[in-house]
Design a protein around this ligand. Structure first.
Ligand code: 0X9
Ligand code: ZN
Length: 439
């Protein structure tokens, strides 16, 4: 994950920043590499560690079915040569990254016109925030805007609470912590939209039965940067000498810097100078703690089509691991029904790589949230972070199907049930009423 291409591109980036033009990825290409065995994995790991010219969008870990590597045009032939020499299979899924970036339609949301939000385009931070404000104004009885925190560059981390009454169990959704993972912000907005506008019975019940807290953009500075300067930016934007940014999903105070994180500010997985050193993670974590007992926490990332279960430092089945595995697998079955999209469910350390200091681990361990998942949304390496806009709606629909099924399955396993305080009170009142009428 260490984004070494960034190092060699620093000069270009500062130059393009001066010119106020986003960095161009003309003729950069994306390789989908398919290692056959442990030897291939080892070769790719060596390449990742020794050659600063390649940006590994996914890591060559033993469980990897594929490894996505971005290369500049200058280093492309050398990569092809390396792979062929070692008999490692690959295909070039994107011959010109800039073309894919240009195809990513970014639409403008018009204030007071909810119909101008669509699911075939991406939106910038300001438009997402204006849309959320419009949703809150349109559904004032159930929606409240909240500010969950603040960024290094003093932007607000905004969210919506959707609640049909007090005392409900809480579902918390966090997205956009990695700014280049644009599909995740869209998915969070889609969940908001469905909970407020869907006429589907299960979705309406899910909206009614829970207090939802949804944050589409947990890393606002990074997200703005991906629009204005550098599409592939992952971290926040705090400066460290000539480098920038802490990986916010390595900065949470849980096994901080234990594994899969770096002490080098130039790295894309830089964990920061200390746990919760960043305003984003510090403020967001206090907000999450302040909302009360959370029953389900979902964190959205991309890409690889995975449903990950804490913890990021051990493959041991900790706590209710077996329940969450079963619940997750069933929900991924529900996800596949609409378009046949396959997700793999598993422990973070096993399914992806050891990585600590992430939000889901902290929430699980420190807040004892029973049901915690981290999604890695579409796709499986063909377009990676540059998911084409015609896949936004299908991705969002199937993700929403799975969220509804997670609730359903969790209940079957004895979670999220037992009635909320509010519902229990109404039941008692009803009982009192019946008894009084019989008297
Ligand atoms: O490495 C990450 O932070 C996530 N993958 S991504 O490709 N979106 O960067 C996985 C996060 C899994 N959770 C933890 N490591 N706690
Ligand atoms: Zn991510």
């Amino acid at each position: 994950m260490a984004n070494r291409v960034l190092l060699s591109l620093t000069l270009f980036i500062s130059l393009t920043s001066v010119l106020c033009e986003p960095f161009r990825f003309d003729n950069f290409s994306l390789f989908k590499v398919v290692p056959d065995d442990a030897h291939h994995i080892k070769l790719l790991q060596d390449l990742q560690n020794s050659d600063i010219n390649y940006d590994f969008w996914t890591d060559p870990v033993p469980s990897a079915e594929f490894v996505s590597i971005m290369t500049s045009p200058m280093n492309k032939v050398a990569l092809e040569h390396f792979l062929s020499l070692h008999g490692i299979k690959y295909e070039i899924t994107m011959p010109n990254i800039q073309e894919a970036i240009d195809k990513e339609t970014i639409k403008t949301y018009t204030r007071n016109n909810l119909r101008s939000m669509s699911w075939d385009a991406y939106y910038n931070l300001s438009d997402i925030n204006i849309w959320m404000a419009d949703m809150a104004r349109t559904y004032p009885d159930v929606v409240t805007e909240f500010v969950a925190g603040v960024s290094y560059e003093h932007r607000q981390i905004k969210g919506l609470k959707i609640s049909h009454g007090p005392g409900r169990k809480i579902i918390f959704v966090e997205a956009g912590m990695h700014s280049r993972e644009w599909i995740t912000m869209s998915t969070a907005c889609y969940i908001i939209n469905e909970l407020l506008t869907s006429t589907d019975n299960d979705t309406m019940a899910a909206a009614r039965d829970f207090d939802w807290y949804i944050i589409p953009v947990a890393n606002p500075d990074g997200y703005v940067w991906t629009h204005t300067d550098f599409r592939m930016w992952r971290k926040n934007r705090r400066p460290f000498g000539t480098n920038f940014g802490v990986d916010l999903n390595r900065n949470w105070n849980n096994n901080w810097l234990v594994s899969g994180a770096s002490t080098n500010p130039a790295s894309d997985i830089y964990a920061g100078p200390g746990p919760f050193s960043e305003p984003e993670t510090r403020s967001l974590s206090s907000f999450i703690r302040s909302v009360g007992d959370i029953d389900m926490y979902l964190s959205f990332h991309s890409f690889s089509q995975l449903l990950l279960i804490p913890f990021g430092n051990t493959t041991e089945p900790v706590g209710n691991y077996h329940d969450t595995l079963n619940i997750g697998r069933r929900a991924m079955g529900a996800l596949s029904v609409r378009y046949g999209t396959q997700y793999v469910t598993g422990n973070i350390a096993e399914a992806i790589y050891q990585a600590t200091g992430g939000s889901v681990d902290w929430v699980k361990e420190h807040l004892q949230v029973p049901i915690v998942y981290c999604y890695e949304l579409r796709d499986r390496g063909q377009f990676g972070f540059l998911l084409p806009t015609d896949q936004i709606l299908p991705n969002n629909e199937e993700a929403m199907d799975s969220v509804i099924d997670l609730i359903h399955q969790a209940r079957r396993f004895g979670y999220l049930s037992g009635g909320s305080v509010g519902l229990q009170v109404s039941f008692i009142l009803m009982l009192v009423g019946v008894l009084a009428s019989l008297w």
